[in-house]
Design a protein around this ligand. Sequence first.
Ligand code: MG
Length: 387
Amino acid sequence: MAAKRLAILGSTGSIGTQTLDVVRSHPELFRVDALAANTSDEALERQIEEFHPAVAVLVDENAAARLRERYRGNTEILSGEAGLRTAATFDEVDTVVTSMVGFAGLAPTLAALKARKTIALANKETLVVAGKLVTALAKEKGVSILPVDSEHCALFQCLQGERRDTVERLILTASGGPFRGKTTEELKSVTVEDCLRHPTWSMGKKITVDSATLVNKGLEVIEAHWLYDVPYEKIEVAVHPQSIVHSMVEFRDGAVMAQLGLPDMRLPIQYALTYPVRESADFGRMDFMTRMNLSFEPPDMKTFRGLALAYEAGKAGGTMPCVLNGANEEAVAAFLAGRIGFLDIYDCIEKALDAHENVAAPSFETLCEADAHARAFVRKLLDNKEV
Ligand code: MG
């Protein structure tokens, strides 16, 4: 079988580097044609030397200039949004791994869909802000969107061979993050460092904060809604601190299918890249011969309001999820910079949603405007110290 040709957008980040781990362990299955990163020119250069892609992109022009100055190999070094589009639509590529962070992932994903590339979707924000647009385009072009997110990959595995109209409930599991069980009072004084100490998963900074606020789980509820066309009323979240059950599907006869595994993102990444085939892997194995407890509990949506806000925005539809996402991205950046406290993230999102006038069935341009407005709104709140 000919090797599958890949473009990896966000190749120096957590998902990107783990995708390259998968590629490294199956050199006969994959070939990397395009790599793209934001600013990490040194890490990208090392990847170029190992994987020899035809093109490599640094979105940041200064970073690209630094790399061009010292690089003497055969890979073409591109830059900016145009470079990212070239990588996303590169002729020989079969599958585009979208592992960049945030709203910035939307435009290249749309470009890849238009070019009829299979999407291995790690950038959940794409479906959160533009679920309708993206799923309609994928359908029109006859392109598959394969989930890399561990919960969605679990759902996808549980749904194999099942009729969609027999699905009664999707149950997304959540680790609960580092602050599970804490009260609002206790959350007032948590630091960025506390927040970045995730109990079960090792991930990038933005998603780690999102996990602590439960905004991540909220974004995943919206992502699941669009991926599997299931109404919000039938999507539940169960806190499962061990992160062994990655999600579950309940069917109309009451049967529940679950996918279990150690928390290792390389498994969902590899499944998305090799689907429908399950390839071998040397990832760690579950050991059922040692005592292990799996526990489940309802999420505390009153304290961790991020999840409730995401359900509201998701149900409202239109531009609301885009505003939720934009306000969250801006607030998380301010939190990571030490400008605001943990709970202020919720205030930023809530105020941005309250101030927004929803637009139904938004175009790409309308979404860009809504995103920019939400960010500007949060920046103004912060400048005026209103949170
Ligand atoms: Mg996830």
